[in-house]
Design a protein around this ligand. Structure first.
Ligand SMILES: NC(=O)c1ccc[n+]([C@@H]2O[C@H](COP(=O)([O-])OP(=O)(O)OC[C@H]3O[C@@H](n4cnc5c(N)ncnc54)[C@H](O)[C@@H]3O)[C@@H](O)[C@H]2O)c1
Length: 349
């Protein structure tokens, strides 16, 4: 019987899939999953699903009254590309929605007289490097550098990181008896691009990496929206899920900060294309640059310094660039698209 209860918002998204599958297999957590869209058939048996919005305060109040959560994984959000198409809407979901979750978690912790651990996936979009030249010179960026995001999404992520810090340590400093009850335990990872074999991304600006992989596996040609030399750090989905779980389980006394960088490998778009072509030699990958999406990616670091995550809670990438393709991505995408052999995939391109 599960002994702990976890709330996952944005549960039908890419990371939500990975987390639900992890917790369902692990068996130790009852999973309450919230999403504004219906959840995939593959997940329905693995969680209790509630369809609704993080902007619906009455619904959140009901959920927090009904269940007693040990962990909240707040994944719901509008990503960078979607956010720039409708910035004020993104602000509403990413900021007001997150404040709602932080506040209901705080109220539940106060009522239960016990801290609740709140996990927030932030992003390298929280960074903003002014020029490409500086990006090249900067090398690995630490958590404190270049915090001048140029997207609504990045601004929202950075602000919610600060709100997490505030809700954990300073909320309502002048409220009477403020220090007599516990608040939340806020922990966050600034994720780089995430490549998943199981799900296809929508709405992010690092999506060209996974899109190349999925297009090639389906025998579809792909037009990449950034320059060949565009470089970003990446992790693959199992590592992203591992990292969230590992950070959630770390002893608080080990943590020296609330927000951590992680990365596995930093590669250019042309390196990803080259690796894809090793497995799908006939893959057709061309480049048609979207100047605005390019501008966004150029402002994000080419690499991040994840020393603190390594030393504080034992983050360690599971894969190199090559082994991520060989051991995870390629076997899983080939299985996903039911290509019985590489040849079949290649022939269909
Ligand atoms: N995937 C990445 O590369 C990446 C990188 C860095 C950070 N992140 C962050 O991780 C989180 C999850 O990312 P993902 O890749 O799974 O994104 P995703 O877009 O696949 O999933 C987001 C989910 O949120 C849901 N959602 C949107 N608005 C909602 C609302 N008002 N109420 C409830 N649910 C709502 C969507 O239906 C979707 O299922 C996001 O906060 C994202 O910013 C992702």
């Amino acid at each position: 019987m599960p002994s702990k209860t976890v709330l996952i918002t944005g549960a039908n998204g890419e990371i939500g899939h990975g987390l639900i599958n992890f917790f369902a297999q692990d068996g130790s957590h009852k999973i309450i999953a919230l999403d504004i869209h219906d959840i995939d058939d593959t997940l329905t048996d693995k969680c209790s699903f509630i369809k609704g919005s993080v902007l619906d305060e009455a619904l959140l109040e009901h959920i927090f009254e009904k269940y007693s959560f040990e962990y909240v994984f707040h994944l719901a959000g509008i990503l960078s590309t979607g956010g720039e198409k409708n910035p004020l809407f993104a602000h509403q979901v990413n900021v007001t929605g997150s404040l709602n979750l932080l506040n209901f978690t705080r109220l539940a912790a106060k009522k239960r007289e016990e801290k609740i651990t709140f996990l927030f996936p932030s992003s390298i979009a929280a960074y903003g490097i002014p020029t490409l030249e500086q990006k090249k010179k900067a090398g690995k960026i630490s958590e404190e550098q270049y915090l001048f995001p140029i997207t609504m999404y990045g601004c929202n992520k950075l602000y919610i990181e600060h709100m997490g810090r505030y809700f954990e340590a300073f909320y309502g400093l002048l409220e009477p008896h403020r220090d007599t009850y516990p608040l939340i335990d806020f922990r966050s990872i600034r994720f780089p691009g995430i490549i998943s074999a199981e799900t296809i991304p929508t709405g992010g600006t690092s999506d060209y990496g996974p899109e190349m992989v999925h297009s090639a596996a389906q025998g579809k040609s792909y037009s990449c929206f950034v320059r060949q030399d565009t470089t970003l750090p990446f992790v693959v989905m199992p590592e992203a899920v591992d990292a969230l779980i590992k950070l959630s389980e770390a002893k608080k006394s080990q943590l020296t900060r609330q927000v951590y960088n992680i990365t596995s490998f930093s590669v250019s778009a042309s390196q990803i294309a080259g690796e894809v072509k090793k497995y799908f030699p006939q893959a057709s990958i061309s480049y048609s640059i979207d100047p605005n999406r390019q501008k966004i990616v150029d402002s994000w670091p080419g690499d991040v310094d994840d020393t603190k995550a390594r030393s504080d809670w034992g983050w360690k990438p599971r894969y190199s660039f090559e082994s991520a393709f060989a051991e995870y991505l390629m076997p899983a995408v080939i299985e996903r698209y039911r290509c019985s052999s590489l040849k079949k995939c290649q022939n269909s391109s």
